[in-house]
Design a protein around this ligand. Structure first.
Ligand code: ADP
Length: 429
């Protein structure tokens, strides 16, 4: 027991004894005790009243000084109040700092709950997405931003990817949106204005497309004269070899220009239409017929079609996808190797695979072979007359069909290129 409490107890006991003694002097010890107890009770009730008034009205009344045990109790309450106020002030400061920093953020952030309803958004996000702070709180984000690509992205819920959508406020501005899960089933939608990058990319595409277009006419003229020279019976024999070389190089340049134009077109187009049905077996037959018509005539390819089905998309682009994969398989597989084309449908969608037992691709090269002009050293050593654009065309054409390309390969053993088409692009009946 602390000295204060000991003293308090002694004081209370002394008061009660004194009351009892005075009462005894007047022959009424009970009344003496009663009066002393009533005085003590009144004293405590008075302090309780002061304390309660001070707690409920805050600073309106001075802090009761109190005495005896009350001074200790009041001092402790005051200390706790001060501590609480200090920690509340520091939390307030922290929240203000966080709010100020999210306000200063050039990127937008929207906090969404499990139902994708807006919980909070920063100023940048409201500016970019055209949201209103009070009006849109609690609204589902997909009711406010109706872009089909954005809605598909929300449904996929993949935090690793992002989606680029046109700004709902200005046609020439582009936004990159990324959904990051956090906390208890909440999601943070990060929005970044990437208009500059998109415009630069568009300028680059336009430049390549224009330059390729301009090169077409001079190349046609050069190739025309070279063909005429090669056909000329009286042409000097010493020039026949160089003219053949020039013809080959002109043909290679024309292939390059054609591939560059095709790539620019694919890059600038959105998702391909779903209006046309392309019969997969017919597509495979047509591609193999073309691929085996020229220098690869006589080579053997096997075909396995597990289900009769059609793909919804652009026939020319689907032909270009399979054509490039088959042409690569033929060029990078020795004549005695095996090449096969497979088509099957499952719960995930349709799958078109081209397998070969050719030279294969090193693991480090696999992620890069779909880049423009990327050729592996093994392919360069073979001096195959490729443009280095085939797989880039395949990748972009697949993207237009909402499809992905999966590559498995081992040097010296062979390669497998699988195109995965989503189920809503496959028609089986
Ligand atoms: P290219 O015109 O050079 O074939 P692609 O874009 O079609 O250009 O292919 C890029 C590179 O990927 C090729 O240069 C080659 O190194 C590699 N590649 C593509 N397909 C195969 C394959 N079936 N087997 C081995 N390597 C391949």
């Amino acid at each position: 027991m602390t000295p204060l409490w000991l003293r308090t107890l002694l004081q209370h006991a002394a008061l009660l004894i004194a009351g009892g003694f005075v009462g005894w002097l007047y022959d009424a010890p009970f009344w003496g005790l009663f009066t002393a107890t009533a005085v003590l009770l009144a004293w405590h009730v008075y302090h309780l009243y002061l304390l309660e008034r001070w707690l409920t009205t805050g600073a309106a009344y001075p802090l009761p000084a109190g005495n005896g045990p009350w001074s200790q109790v009041i001092a402790r309450i005051e200390l706790l109040r001060r501590r609480t106020r200090a920690s509340r002030d520091s939390w307030r400061r922290l929240v203000k700092e966080i709010q100020a920093s999210t306000k200063a953020f050039p990127d937008g952030g929207v906090i969404l709950n499990r139902e994708l309803e807006i919980v909070r958004s920063n100023k940048a996000a409201r500016g970019m997405l055209g949201l209103k702070k009070k009006r849109d709180r609690g609204m589902r984000i997909d009711n406010l931003i109706r872009h089909p690509g954005f809605i598909r992205y929300l449904e996929s819920g993949s935090p690793k990817t992002s989606v680029v959508i046109p700004s709902p406020l200005a046609a020439d501005r582009w936004l990159s949106c990324r959904l990051i899960p956090f906390g208890a089933e909440q999601k943070l939608l990060l929005v970044r204005d990437i208009s500059e990058t998109v415009n630069l990319e568009r300028m680059r595409r336009d430049f390549v497309a224009n330059a390729s277009h301009e090169l077409r006419t001079p190349l046609t003229v050069i190739a025309g004269y070279l063909d005429a020279m090669a056909d000329e019976a009286e042409f000097p024999a010493a020039w026949r070899e160089p003219v053949r070389d020039m013809q080959e190089q002109a043909a290679r340049m024309r292939r390059l220009v054609a591939d560059l134009l095709e790539l620019s077109r694919l890059e600038s187009a959105g998702s391909s239409s779903r209006e046309q049905r392309v019969d997969v077996r017919g597509l495979i037959d047509a591609v193999l017929r073309d691929a085996l018509a020229g220098e690869h005539a006589g080579r053997q390819l096997s075909v396995e079609v597990a289900q009769e089905a059609a793909l919804l998309g652009e026939p020319g682009e689907l032909k270009s996808i399979l054509g490039n994969l088959v042409s690569n398989a033929l060029r990078y597989t020795p004549a005695d190797g095996r090449i096969s084309v497979h088509w099957w449908v499952d719960g995930q969608g349709g799958h078109l695979a081209v397998r070969d037992t050719g030279i294969g691709i090193a693991a480090d090269d696999i992620p890069r072979v779909t880049e423009r002009f990327y050729r592996t050293s093994a392919a360069r050593a073979r001096q195959e007359a490729g443009t280095g654009l085939g797989l880039a065309i395949v990748k972009h054409a697949l993207k237009r069909h909402d499809a992905d390309l999966e590559i498995h390969s081992e040097p010296g053993k062979g390669s497998e290129f699988i195109c995965h088409f989503p189920a809503d692009r496959v028609v089986t009946s």
